[in-house]
Design a binder for this molecule. Structure first.
Ligand SMILES: Cc1cc2nc3c(=O)[nH]c(=O)nc-3n(C[C@H](O)[C@H](O)[C@H](O)COP(=O)(O)OP(=O)(O)OC[C@H]3O[C@@H](n4cnc5c(N)ncnc54)[C@H](O)[C@@H]3O)c2cc1C
Length: 484
């Protein structure tokens, strides 16, 4: 009699190293059937966007190759994931299904229901943590509640000690005797063809487990030391660009944590001061965002502070379109939006400037910006994206106060002083002298004739937003007064 296999369901954990579900399956000694399911139904409107689909194709291609090198092919199936898993379990007589946990609300609901259904079918269902340093429910304040703001989150997490150690990649994976028919990756049409807007992505990214590890090694060697002071300057290569690798689970946060600490120790640095600590703290912003999503499943769709639902958003198409296309006439904003379109990435400082400009100067609903980022970022991540947009809009946990409105001219002058970043992405500005680069409308002699005028007068936009936010807050205070 052939031994009943364990189905290993790959999701956002596209790696062999430090993969606890895979390690547990290998440890059991049973034959392993690795599967990836393309499911566009369960996530609803949060099915992967265009740039994520491009990444997913490359990443699955790489995972197929890594598994093939261990003589254990990756099965591809398409359909509603829970049903597909149950069908597959019946088809193979599987004894168990193992997976690493995801934290999107639709995934949490689906996995809980699937676990019960499999148990009824007398099939073991086991889930593991590959995506976070600690589970959201492990990180608590002294009173046992989940921290609502970042600093207490960091402190509470540090009190838990070091994250679990990094697990090794298996040397061999036993495969089941029976070969099953699956889909061909190319038939999923995950990559754009006409027009091929992702043609420039491959020069910049290497979506794969190896690509993530290489990228990280390079960051540790060449950029970590300058991270704290340099991370805000978009033309300097002093950030890790690990976000898509982390999102797809090609590298895990525990690997990032332990390798950063080890690198510091071997090079005689303190991992918990200066640049290294700053970097680890950014990694923990990712944890904090996931905890926010876990405890607030509406985070991507509804203002965490409900009063913000009454904000008078501008619903006109024109400002949003100009922003999406990088044609607002505000140089640093247009540079960021064009970087995003051409590379699937935008530097964090510029993300904050572009998001603030959209929500505050243009008064466009943060959810329209969130949706655009969802479609165009290769690192689009429901937790990080939603939490960050709500942070910028002022409607989220630990959010920027409403009166903090970035001035994109001053931001440009501070963080892209020589204009290297802005000129690279907005070549129409190449002839504008440095002094006017971030406010070309003031330059004498019209040195950028092909560049649009600002879509909004910045002082007017700022005042309009401040007035609207103040009214919202005053209305709130009068509501409170009326109730008192
Ligand atoms: C409006 C807006 C939308 C965003 N959308 C996303 C998104 O969809 N996906 C995403 O991964 N990040 C998002 N971010 C957070 C941040 O901009 C990116 O994580 C970061 O720019 C990725 O570049 P990096 O890997 O070089 O970061 P590094 O500076 O090298 O940081 C290392 C890692 O820490 C995590 N991290 C860093 N900053 C943050 C942060 N503010 N919040 C959460 N995690 C963080 C990321 O996983 C990142 O890869 C968004 C930020 C803003 C302002």
């Amino acid at each position: 009699m052939t031994e009943r296999p364990i189905i290993l369901w790959f999701r956002q954990d596209l790696r062999l190293g430090d993969n606890p579900a895979l390690a547990a399956a290998v440890e059991s000694g049973a034959p392993i059937l690795p599967v990836f399911i393309l499911d566009d139904e369960t996530p609803g409107k949060w099915a992967p966007g265009g740039a994520s689909r491009w990444w997913l194709h490359q990443s699955l291609d790489a995972l197929q190759q890594s598994l093939a090198a261990l003589d254990c092919p990756l099965l591809l199936r398409r359909g509603t994931a829970a049903e597909t898993i149950r069908t597959l379990a019946a088809e193979t007589g599987a004894r168990a299904v193992y997976w690493n946990r995801c934290y999107e609300p639709f995934a949490v609901r689906r996995d809980a229901a699937l676990k019960s259904a499999l148990k009824e079918d007398r099939i073991e269902a086991e889930s593991f943590n590959a995506a976070l340093l600690f589970e959201p429910w492990q990180v608590k304040t002294k009173t046992g509640t989940p921290p609502k703001v970042y600093s207490p989150y960091w402190r509470a997490m540090r009190l838990l000690g070091d994250p679990a150690p990094e697990g090794a990649a298996p040397q061999a994976i036993p495969r089941p005797a029976k070969v099953l028919a699956g889909d061909q990756l190319d038939d999923w049409n995950l990559q754009p063809c006409d027009p091929d807007w992702a043609s420039g992505f491959s020069e910049l990214w290497q979506p794969s487990e190896q690509g993530g590890l290489d990228q990280f090694d390079e960051f540790l060697e060449n950029a970590l030391d300058g991270y704290k002071t340099g991370r805000d300057f978009p033309s300097r290569s002093l950030v890790s660009r690990l976000s898509p690798h982390l999102h797809f689970g090609e590298i895990g946060p525990r690997q990032v944590w332990h390798r950063t600490v080890a690198h510091c120790i071997t090079t005689g640095r303190d991992p918990f001061s200066g640049s290294a600590e700053h970097f680890l703290k950014e990694l923990v912003w990712r944890e904090f965002s996931h905890a926010q999503l876990y405890y607030n499943p509406d985070l991507p769709d509804a203002c965490l502070r409900p009063e913000y639902e009454r904000f008078p958003w501008d619903r006109a198409e024109k400002p949003l379109r100009a922003w999406q296309r990088g044609k607002t006439g505000i140089p640093i904003v247009d540079a960021g939006m064009r970087e995003l379109w051409q590379t699937g990435y935008m530097h964090n400082r510029v993300r904050m400037i572009c998001a603030s400009f959209l929500v505050k100067h243009l008064m466009v609903d943060w959810r329209a910006g969130e949706a655009w980022f969802w479609d165009t970022l290769v690192d689009a991540d429901l937790a990080n994206n939603a939490a960050s947009w709500q942070w910028v809009a002022g409607s989220g946990a630990d959010a920027a106060p409403y009166f903090r409105i970035f001035n994109p001219v001053l931001q440009g002058e501070k963080f892209d002083k020589d204009g290297a970043y802005t000129r690279h992405w907005v070549p129409e500005l190449s002839e504008v002298p440095d002094r006017y680069l971030h406010k070309p409308w003031e330059a004498p002699g019209n040195p950028a004739p092909d560049y649009p005028d600002p879509i909004v007068d910045l002082a007017f936009g700022r005042d309009r937003a401040l007035t609207a936010f103040k009214r919202l807050n005053d209305g709130l205070s009068s509501d409170i007064a009326a109730c008192a």
